[in-house]
Ligand binder design. Structure first.
Ligand SMILES: NC(=O)c1ccc[n+]([C@@H]2O[C@H](COP(=O)([O-])OP(=O)(O)OC[C@H]3O[C@@H](n4cnc5c(N)ncnc54)[C@H](OP(=O)(O)O)[C@@H]3O)[C@@H](O)[C@H]2O)c1
Ligand code: SF4
Ligand code: SF4
Length: 379
């Protein structure tokens, strides 16, 4: 395992950090964790040298922190730093913040959280939380030893990112970043800004929620033609770790084989590890993806549940996969599931209420996209 510098904090952490959002393959919203399997995976990564573990109050229907707390018994807690997040939609005053932090400490079975994040803030929510004293609460909790670092995670546009990061004395930021998102959300500009301020950057969705792990044929052809042979996952992680501002790359593994593969990859990657030819390859790969992808849905499920049961990420994943890999859409298991008459979840059920669009961190025009998708792949 390679270890990297955390900017101005003067500490190091593992290049690979485990994300505890996706155990079972599906994050949040009613999905419970396969606890035994999750605990084994968590201990496997720690035994493999990982020192950074990321969770949040809301993950896996609020069970993720509890499972992580159990996994970190038997001496594992002392071997890692924990990052978790305050669920801002449940906070209206300082009492709420105190209660939620204590609940998180109890679930994690620890007396302190290392990296405590305001979860998914944008300019609007940041102003709200300033108004109710969230920055002062975080500072007070640092002094009290209940948290070590004041941080935020972010999915908004670059201008919001620049405003928020310059508006407080942050210890760390967590952004979505990968070779496809150079101009999306905080993007490369945001990464470089954080770096120039000495603020370490933790990366989420480095594989775009797994989409970059399976190269479509036009991308695979580029990888195959390159003299150095690596898997799609390795190219994606290698590209991220080439950036010196990146402290840790989170990945939400679901299987021991994925953990083993990632442990191997993060043994070999460091700032400046990509040659000019390799960087050109990734530019070509990006273009090849852009040529094929229908919609930039990461499967994060923040838009769910839909009040009228439309399987929004499911529809988009079928649409993208059909475009990337071809084949008969009716062979797709998700397609068969959402068109099952007993539990229909198809776009024609959409009431156009707009709730999903307000919740989507990718700011997708979901309502129109559902119509277009269904016109292309529907019955
Ligand atoms: N704060 C926020 O707003 C926020 C939002 C999103 C994520 N996060 C955090 O960031 C973490 C990382 O994001 P992410 O889970 O989206 O990471 P990611 O690395 O983009 O995607 C994880 C998925 O990639 C696939 N994968 C991982 N390693 C693989 C390997 N070696 N071979 C093949 N496939 C592999 C798995 O997909 P399959 O399941 O298909 O096998 C896995 O579920 C999350 O777990 C969470 O802790 C935070
Ligand atoms: S706009 Fe349509 S898909 Fe989105 S939440 Fe409302 S009913 Fe569901
Ligand atoms: S539509 Fe948006 S909120 Fe819903 S899963 Fe996709 S990226 Fe996430």
């Amino acid at each position: 395992m390679k270890y990297r510098n955390f900017g101005k904090l003067g500490i190091t952490g593992s290049a690979f950090g485990l994300g505890c959002m996706r155990f079972n393959g599906t994050p949040s919203n009613g999905v419970k964790c396969d606890e035994e399997k999750a605990i084994a995976l968590i201990r496997q990564v720690i035994d493999g040298g990982v020192t950074y573990i990321d969770t949040a109050y809301v993950y896996l229907d609020k069970t993720s922190e509890t499972v992580l707390g159990r996994a970190l018994q038997d001496g594992y807690r002392d071997r890692v730093t924990i990052a978790t997040k305050m669920p801002l939609n449940a906070v209206n005053n300082r009492e709420d913040m105190e209660r939620l932090l204590q609940e998180e400490l109890d679930k994690l079975q620890t007396d302190h959280i290392d990296f405590y994040l305001m979860h998914g803030i944008n300019r609007g929510t940041w102003e709200k939380f300033k108004g109710i004293g969230a920055p002062e609460f975080f500072d007070d909790m640092k002094k009290a030893g209940k948290i070590r670092f004041k941080c935020f995670s972010f999915h908004g546009p670059y201008d919001d990112f620049e405003y928020i990061i310059k508006d407080s004395d942050w210890d760390m930021v967590q952004i979505q970043y990968n070779f496809m998102d150079v101009n999306n959300q905080a993007g490369t500009k945001g990464l470089e800004l954080a770096g120039s301020l000495g603020i370490p950057v933790v990366i989420m969705e480095g594989l775009l929620g797994g989409r970059l792990a399976n190269a479509p044929d036009n991308v695979q052809a580029l990888y195959d033609a390159f003299p150095v042979k690596r898997s799609a996952v390795e190219w994606a992680f290698r590209w991220l770790c080439n950036h010196p501002q990146v402290a840790t790359v989170l990945s939400g593994c679901n299987e021991p084989e994925q953990v083993a593969e990632n442990l191997r990859i993060f043994d070999t990657v460091e700032p400046g590890c990509m040659s000019a030819e390799e960087l050109q390859l990734m530019d070509n790969v990006r273009q090849a993806y852009i040529d094929r992808t229908k919609i930039g849905c990461t499967g994060c499920r923040y838009c769910m549940p839909c009040p009228n049961h439309v399987a929004i990420p499911g529809v988009f994943s079928i649409w993208n996969n059909h475009s990337l890999y071809g084949g008969n859409v009716k062979d797709d298991w998700t397609y068969r599931m959402i068109t099952n008459e007993k539990d229909r979840q198809t776009p024609d059920l959409c009431l156009e209420c707009g709730a999903c669009e307000a919740a989507c961190p990718q700011h997708l025009n979901i309502i129109e996209a559902l119509k277009t998708a269904w016109a292309e792949i529907g019955e």
